[in-house]
Design a protein around this ligand. Sequence first.
Ligand SMILES: *[C@@H]1O[C@H](CO)[C@@H](O)[C@H](O)[C@H]1NC(C)=O
Ligand SMILES: *[C@@H]1O[C@H](CO)[C@@H](O)[C@H](O)[C@H]1NC(C)=O
Ligand SMILES: *[C@@H]1O[C@H](CO)[C@@H](O)[C@H](O)[C@H]1NC(C)=O
Ligand SMILES: *[C@@H]1O[C@H](CO)[C@@H](O)[C@H](O)[C@H]1NC(C)=O
Ligand SMILES: *[C@@H]1O[C@H](CO)[C@@H](O)[C@H](O)[C@H]1NC(C)=O
Ligand SMILES: *[C@@H]1O[C@H](CO)[C@@H](O)[C@H](O)[C@H]1NC(C)=O
Ligand SMILES: *[C@@H]1O[C@H](CO)[C@@H](O)[C@H](O)[C@H]1NC(C)=O
Ligand SMILES: *[C@@H]1O[C@H](CO)[C@@H](O)[C@H](O)[C@H]1NC(C)=O
Length: 631
Amino acid sequence: MTGPLKRPMMEKSPQILNRRRQKRSWVTIFGSVAGVAILGLTGFRGLPTPAQHWVSHSGCKSQDSPYGSFPQENDPFHFLPCTDASRPPPLDDPTPQQTWAALFDPNPSHWSWGSNSRGIYLCGYLDLPLDYHNASDTRIVRIAVTKFQVAGLPLKNDSDITPTSYKSKRTLIIEPGGPGGSGTSYLWDTAEEMTKRFSDGQLDALGWDPRGVNVSLPSAACYPQDAHRDRWSLLALRYREEAPRAQLEMMDAMNNATFFACQQRLGDFGRFVSTAVVARDLDEIRKALGEEEVTGYFVSYGTGIGQTYVNMFPDRAGRLILDGTEYVRDHRLLGGFGWTSLDNATDAWHDGFLGECINAGPEACALAQPISGQDGPVTLEQLEKRMTQLLSSLQTRPQSAYTESGGPSLITYSALVENILYPAMYRPANWPSIAQLLYDLEAGNATLAANQLDLSWSSHSSHPTYPHTPSSSELELLVICSDSYDAPIPDGLTWWDELWANMTAQSWMAGNSRFFAVFPCRHYNTYWDAPSEVYRGDLNNTLKTPVLLIASPYDPATPLRNGRRLLGEMGSNARLIVHHGYGHSSRRDPSDCTDRVVKAYIKDGVLPHEQETDCYANRRPYVDSAGDESV
Ligand SMILES: *[C@@H]1O[C@H](CO)[C@@H](O)[C@H](O)[C@H]1NC(C)=O
Ligand SMILES: *[C@@H]1O[C@H](CO)[C@@H](O)[C@H](O)[C@H]1NC(C)=O
Ligand SMILES: *[C@@H]1O[C@H](CO)[C@@H](O)[C@H](O)[C@H]1NC(C)=O
Ligand SMILES: *[C@@H]1O[C@H](CO)[C@@H](O)[C@H](O)[C@H]1NC(C)=O
Ligand SMILES: *[C@@H]1O[C@H](CO)[C@@H](O)[C@H](O)[C@H]1NC(C)=O
Ligand SMILES: *[C@@H]1O[C@H](CO)[C@@H](O)[C@H](O)[C@H]1NC(C)=O
Ligand SMILES: *[C@@H]1O[C@H](CO)[C@@H](O)[C@H](O)[C@H]1NC(C)=O
Ligand SMILES: *[C@@H]1O[C@H](CO)[C@@H](O)[C@H](O)[C@H]1NC(C)=O
């Protein structure tokens, strides 16, 4: 697929995931290791099975801190206090544990402590089987894990504590979705907020990069560098409204080329990334934590991992929140990841972005200002008409633009919808600035729009160690396509062309973007045999603990309809909060009511009696202070 495209079901956009980069770059020191990540794939065959036993690293110079030495004995995660260097060792490292232990920096002032608590960030990894169903396949995946331990670390001289006594009894495992979202990045961005929101700061939080993602190894990057992906994505990023049928051929040929490259670079890895396999990894994380059940907060596509997990391991279902709920059964259908998630991005645009703008008035929303030649207050009808005109004029001819950082630039219809408008539906806090951007654009000033588009590119190109670390963008496609691998695929492009037409007709806002995420599946079976496992069972197994679902009527990626369908199947094994707010998942437009219910559930195990609970957002978009725009 194309570089700047959003990962559709992800909780946050890539540029925002990267916000923390400067503070916490895995790659700064290990830039040169990136080459090994690719080489590592050659050495990726025939590696030793995950070491089940602790290998002493007494051969290494063992350094001590007031908190003792790390990693501690018998720690399955090999946790070190995180520093910029804590990136899991390459797969072809013959002595990864020694390499890792040598990264321990004994100076506590170099460690990452919580911002206003004694909590500490711990970095580790877990070696897991590549194939859970073939004991003679000894290859592994190396999963990156980061934990925020709220109690901090015990001092070495504190004699009456055991090494694990600072671990909270249960750990809040968090998952940002995607497929392809980095759980370690998500943890850096949200851990302190999460533990406060769900447990008054009592529970540790843990995030992991799912197999193929970010710093987990191998990394599902099918281009040698992000610049190569960007180069070709320009051809592919053209919406149906702009490009005729020839575009379908172009994208299809590019998708084939991409999967061919994935197969060349990653071999059969594409067979081992399905959601069911990720659910098994999650169970290994649970075991490594030494906990009986999974406690967690899973968002967006993460809710698909959660639904799959609790139905594969019903006795391990703990207090699990699935926020921005999809119905994972849909992903078994060809294109189902796309066409079942289309409503309600256009409702969010019409009722939310535009409608609330009119309600808020010109003081709070630039687009509510009359344009020249118009009298009186702007009506919703007028505004919608103006926007339709703006969009269709861009379809006819893109707007030329210029930015100091990027030079010459174009505002195309496709780029505007893909990288600015659709993502804006995820984040109501951004609406005032997007409204200003559109108001300027309408008046012929493309500066703000061009600057915003620049951001969506620079998430690749401004990387500090660019060009060494290609991002794992192709993982998304491999997951989506393995989950639907056995759906019959019609010959030729006619069916796909119809699907594209249907999806864009149903939603001009989301239809193209979603189509691009499923169209590559036409080629999955050409390059990979059946996935090692997919989950095809029912979703109504009797769970040890019912799960708590959250869904919003205006969610542009995971509409309420899907949450209700899931609830219908799960029955008494789930409750649903209908979160009446804008944006994707309940974090984007918070509600005290939602927060009360989720805290009672995670902290005290209390569930609402009713199957559905209605909760309303605290704030009005545009008018009330929006809080942190990016989180
Ligand atoms: C199991 O793994 C072995 C060793 O890699 C391989 O030769 C064999 O084909 C695999 N079997 C299946 C069913 O994938
Ligand atoms: C333990 O060490 C810390 C500093 O390293 C010191 O402040 C504290 O007093 C010591 N506690 C005991 C019980 O020795
Ligand atoms: C990968 O993870 C590191 C550390 O968690 C983070 O700094 C970086 O932004 C992540 N990259 C992506 C593409 O998410
Ligand atoms: C797919 O790509 C491969 C590698 O470039 C090429 O050999 C093959 O002909 C392509 N197939 C189609 C259907 O385009
Ligand atoms: C266009 O908008 C930018 C950003 O708001 C502003 O700095 C610039 O002066 C505007 N240009 C013109 C010609 O109005
Ligand atoms: C497209 O929509 C039409 C009309 O609803 C339907 O008959 C057809 O099956 C759809 N085709 C695809 C590929 O979704
Ligand atoms: C799940 O639903 C199916 C029908 O879809 C039903 O046959 C089955 O008994 C249900 N299982 C449980 C555990 O309720
Ligand atoms: C969302 O989609 C559903 C199903 O298509 C529809 O009934 C509903 O009116 C839409 N809008 C909202 C705000 O719920």
